[in-house]
Design a protein around this ligand. Sequence first.
Ligand SMILES: [Zn+2]
Length: 79
Amino acid sequence: MEEKSVQKKSQLAGGDSAAGWQWCGQCERASKGGAGYSCGYDDCEGYIGNIWTWEYVRKQHPHLPEVPEYDVIYSIKGA
Ligand SMILES: [Zn+2]
């Protein structure tokens, strides 16, 4: 019950969510639009083996923000 109200609250706040975001292990940046098999940045060669959904990465590294931003390096090394 409590969990439900928290989910609702985070949906209302901002209107954005982690849905559609992916994280690239090659450049350690988050992006949208790579469709899960390539990095969303043209200057990066990250491909399917490097790409993880943001939700998955965040489960392993809870210190990461709920919703990432473009062009920010989210390093998980040593975390
Ligand atoms: Zn990349």
